[in-house]
Ligand binder design. Structure first.
Ligand SMILES: [Zn+2]
Length: 290
C-alpha cells in the first residue's frame, strides 16, 4: 500500500520533506520512494538540530526528489541528502535549478563560516564543529538536477508520474501533482509547496510571479503547509475568511494537520464536496492575495 511520510514541516513550517512510498505489501515487491522537497530546518535550535538526523529510510534507497521551489526550507537539505548517498534525479523547473545553483553553494558557504566561527570562539559542544555541508558539496549536488517544463508529465515508474503546476510563489515555483496507481486505481496527490499571490489588478504589487493554478484542477489528496493567519496583505480583507475556510477543512482530517503550523491532508473520505470547497478556497487565496 502506498503511503506518505512527513519528515519535516510538521509542527513547524521549515524542513519540508514528504516521502511517498509505493512499496506494495509484505510480499517483498519494491515500489518507488520519492521525496517531495528536501528542506533545511531553520529557526530555533531544537529544529535546526534535526538537520543532523539521518532520513528514516537510507538516502541511497530514495529514487528521486521532486522540488517545488528554491527557498532553503524546501531545497536546503539536498546537499546533505547527496552526502548521505542519494544519487537519483532531482526534478525541478529550469528557473528553480538556476536559483538553486546560487542559494545552495551560498548555504554551504554560510555553514562553513558558522563552523569556523564556533571553532574560533569555542562555542560549540563539538570539537571541531563541522559544517552540515560545504560549498563544494553543495556545488557537487547540482549535477543531479533535471529540468522539467511546466505541465510536462514525467513517468518515474509504472505506478507513479508527476507534473508541475504553477504556484505563483517565487520564480520557478510550482505545485507537484503526483499520480499514484495502486491496485488498478489512480490517486491524484497535490503537494502545494508554498503558495503565492496572483495578479489581481493591472498594476503588479511588487511581484514578478503571477501565474497560479488554472481552474478545474482537482486532487484526491491535498498536502499543504499552513502557518496560521498572522499576516494580512493590504487590500485583502476577505483573506481571514479564506484562511478560516481552509483551516476548517484541514481540521476535518481526524487530527492530521491540526497544528497551527504543519502539513494538512485532505483525504478522499472528505468527499467531493470537501475537496471542491477546499480547492475553491485555495483559488481564493490566489485571487485575493494569500
Ligand atoms: Zn517558499
Amino acid at each position: 500500500m502506498a503511503y506518505i511520510q512527513f519528515l519535516g514541516a510538521a509542527g513547524t513550517v521549515t524542513g519540508s520533506k514528504h516521502l511517498i512510498n509505493t512499496t506494495y505489501d509484505s510480499s517483498g515487491k519494491q515500489g518507488i520512494q520519492v521525496l517531495i522537497d528536501c528542506g533545511l530546518f531553520q529557526g530555533q535550535k531544537e529544529w535546526r538540530e534535526r538537520n543532523w538526523q539521518d532520513t528514516p529510510v537510507p538516502a541511497r534507497e530514495i529514487d528521486a526528489v521532486i522540488l517545488t521551489h528554491a527557498h532553503l526550507d524546501h531545497c536546503g537539505w539536498i546537499p546533505r541528502l547527496v552526502q548521505e548517498g542519494f544519487r537519483g534525479p532531482i526534478y525541478a523547473t529550469q528557473a528553480t535549478i538556476d536559483l538553486c545553483s546560487v542559494v545552495l553553494p551560498d548555504s554551504g558557504h554560510l555553514q562553513e563560516e558558522d563552523a569556523a566561527f564556533h571553532n574560533k570562539k569555542g562555542t560549540s559542544k563539538h570539537s571541531p564543529a563541522l559544517p552540515l555541508y560545504t560549498l563544494e558539496e553543495a556545488q557537487d549536488c547540482l549535477q543531479y538536477f533535471k529540468p522539467v517544463t511546466i505541465e510536462q508529465t514525467v513517468q518515474l515508474s509504472p505506478e507513479l508520474s508527476f507534473r508541475f503546476v504553477p504556484a505563483a510563489h517565487i520564480l520557478g515555483s510550482c505545485m507537484a501533482e503526483v499520480i499514484v496507481k495502486t491496485n488498478g486505481q489512480a490517486r491524484r496527490l497535490l503537494f502545494t509547496g508554498d503558495i503565492g499571490r496572483v495578479r489581481d489588478s493591472e498594476v503588479a504589487p511588487g511581484k514578478v510571479v503571477h501565474s497560479g493554478p488554472q481552474q478545474g484542477e482537482s486532487a484526491d489528496v491535498l498536502v499543504m503547509e499552513y502557518g496560521g493567519a498572522r499576516r494580512q496583505h493590504r487590500g485583502s480583507r476577505i483573506r481571514r475568511r479564506t484562511h478560516a475556510e481552509i483551516y476548517l477543512h484541514v481540521e476535518r482530517t481526524d487530527g492530521v494537520g491540526t497544528d497551527s503550523a504543519g502539513p494538512g491532508v485532505l483525504r478522499q473520505s472528505d468527499g467531493d464536496q470537501g475537496r471542491g470547497n477546499l480547492l475553491e478556497a485555495l483559488r481564493g487565496v490566489h485571487a485575493r492575495g494569500g
